[in-house]
Design a protein around this ligand. Structure first.
Ligand SMILES: NC(=O)c1ccc[n+]([C@@H]2O[C@H](COP(=O)([O-])OP(=O)(O)OC[C@H]3O[C@@H](n4cnc5c(N)ncnc54)[C@H](OP(=O)(O)O)[C@@H]3O)[C@@H](O)[C@H]2O)c1
Length: 295
């Protein structure tokens, strides 16, 4: 079996990827601070701020392909720690891309819809990034640097991801449900619009792209745009919990510590033409709710 290195295997996307990928790949995963294990996955420590650590990980795994999900992924953390964000999200990513370029193996870098400023949606692959916060800025810098270093690399821009919790690795659904369970009022913006997708669909998209051997930029958005308030209601409905604590509000009327773009809906026709098929949000959320109650 060919070997696949999944960086960030202790994170939300990486954990789900490890489970899915082992059918056809021998999987190596990396962690940084959370030394977790996944069945059938060989875990390695990795610190993207340290080139020696990247080289050591590389030599041990000796992969046939890399899906790079490790990141400082919270926009607020990047805003508060721009140097660390640069080291992890740009410098570490570029060093890993160089390793892949030398070995001439596939390198898929998971980027974000937040490379856009949200003023001119929906965004296609050829639209120019214009980020409004440090996280988006560093992801956009990394995209350009990766492609400059390794033109055969692949950039997959992901939207908000939805899925079951994998240990402590969670997405915004679990946070929304915890706030509802605590009966704490939550203001959700009606002017903040995203194209969320099930993490399972995003992973199928990543593997489709890996299998097809395509390079360049690809959008793996969800099937429909909707605002944060609509999304909160849909989550509550799917999990059968009360919506009374969810309140609509306007992002434009508040000063955010970390600026967020308003509408970064992704147009994903290019991936759809390749065979990418994200489920409807209702179906995706009902599957997630069912799996969450089983797990
Ligand atoms: N989740 C989303 O909704 C979403 C949306 C768009 C794009 N993305 C992108 O998708 C990717 C995965 O996101 P995610 O939500 O799964 O992130 P996550 O849950 O925050 O996981 C981040 C991973 O990166 C690792 N990491 C952090 N600092 C590191 C360092 N210095 N060296 C090596 N590894 C380090 C973490 O390791 P430890 O936990 O062991 O420290 C963890 O495994 C990211 O590139 C993100 O930008 C995610």
């Amino acid at each position: 079996m060919r070997s696949l290195l999944i960086t960030g295997a202790s994170g939300f996307l990486g954990s789900h990827l490890c489970l899915y990928s082992q059918t056809n790949w021998q999987v190596w995963g990396t962690y940084h601070t959370q030394a977790i294990t996944h069945p059938n996955v060989k875990m390695l420590p990795l610190d993207l701020t340290d080139e020696q650590s990247i080289d050591a990980c590389w030599q041990q795994a000796c992969p046939d392909a890399v899906i790079h999900t490790a990141a400082l992924s919270k926009a607020g953390q990047c805003q508060q720690n721009p140097d660390l964000s640069y080291q992890i999200n740009v410098a570490g990513t570029v060093h890993l891309a160089k390793c892949c370029a030398q070995a001439e193996i596939p390198f898929i870098f998971t980027s974000t819809d937040l490379v856009f400023d949200g003023t001119c949606p929906p965004y296609g692959e050829s639209d120019r990034p214009h980020p409004v916060n440090t996280y988006g800025e560093h992801k956009a810098l990394a995209e350009a640097a990766v492609l400059a270093q390794y033109p055969a690399a692949t950039i997959c821009r992901l939207p908000l991801l939805m899925g079951t919790a994998m240990g402590s690795a969670q997405c915004f659904i679990q946070a929304t449900l915890a706030t509802i369970a605590a009966d704490t009022p939550q203001t959700l913006f009606t002017d903040e619009i995203r194209t969320p997708v099930s993490v399972t669909d995003a992973i199928q998209g990543l593997h489709l792209i890996l299998d097809q051997g395509v390079s360049g930029i690809w959008h793996l958005g969800g099937p429909q745009p909707l605002n944060r308030y609509e999304l909160g209601l849909l989550i509550a409905e799917s999990f059968g919990v009360s919506t009374t604590t969810l309140k609509p509000g306007l992002q434009s009327s508040v000063q955010l510590a970390t600026p967020r773009p308003q509408d970064v809906s992704l147009a994903s026709q290019k991936a759809v033409a390749l065979g990418y098929m994200p489920q409807s949000l209702k179906v995706a959320l009902s599957v997630i709710a069912q799996s969450s109650s089983c797990g």
